[in-house]
Design a protein around this ligand. Sequence first.
Ligand code: ADP
Ligand code: ZN
Length: 210
Amino acid sequence: MKLILLGAAGSGKGTMAKKIAADFNVPQISTGDMFREIAKKGGELGEKVKSLMESGALVPNEITFEVLKQRLKQKDCKKGFILDGFPRSLAQAEMLQKLTDIDAVISIELPFKQLEQRLVSRRICPKCGDIDNASYQGYTGNCRKCGTKLFQRDDDKPEAIKARLEVYKKDVTPLIDFYGEKVMTVSSAGSPDETYAPVKTFLSKLEAKA
Ligand code: ADP
Ligand code: ZN
């Protein structure tokens, strides 16, 4: 199954991608994670990607597409994949279309106000990367896993959040139109399990049809 996962920051997209990847035995392909790896490796490309990411800019389409293309050629993608973070624009969707057909698009949706609320209270552990939320019961300000003092990402501050969510909405709306009937929309207002249940049913049916 070749899948695309859409969802704004704070929608729980990463969590959903992991559940789908595990249940349907497809690799989760996150362009964000790939670029962080490339940035870590350094070199000419690494340095370039690093400075773009740090400034909050997107990586140019040509580079993004080349990286993705190489990844999709690998053996583990033969039976399918779940794309997380790509496509991010209509231009990227059109590039992908030339490479392969997509079976379904899962779009995780949550009202703006709720996304904002989740993001402003999101806290990160600088040591182990665990993500916690200051609005959860039992929140102490220290990491649940390793005890380190948690911090707030700069782009999780209110002014930055608003800008990010607006960019997301502007970019993703044309994608929903582009994929038309292939799109399954799900609300993530409930718990991760509640969000995942209808997705699992939908994908199981899709898998049975194939
Ligand atoms: P975020 O949700 O904070 O943007 P991601 O992990 O999705 O985090 O991506 C991190 C960075 O990687 C982005 O800010 C961007 O620079 C780059 N990136 C990820 N996916 C794409 C893409 N599809 N096109 C261009 N750049 C991308
Ligand atoms: Zn920690």
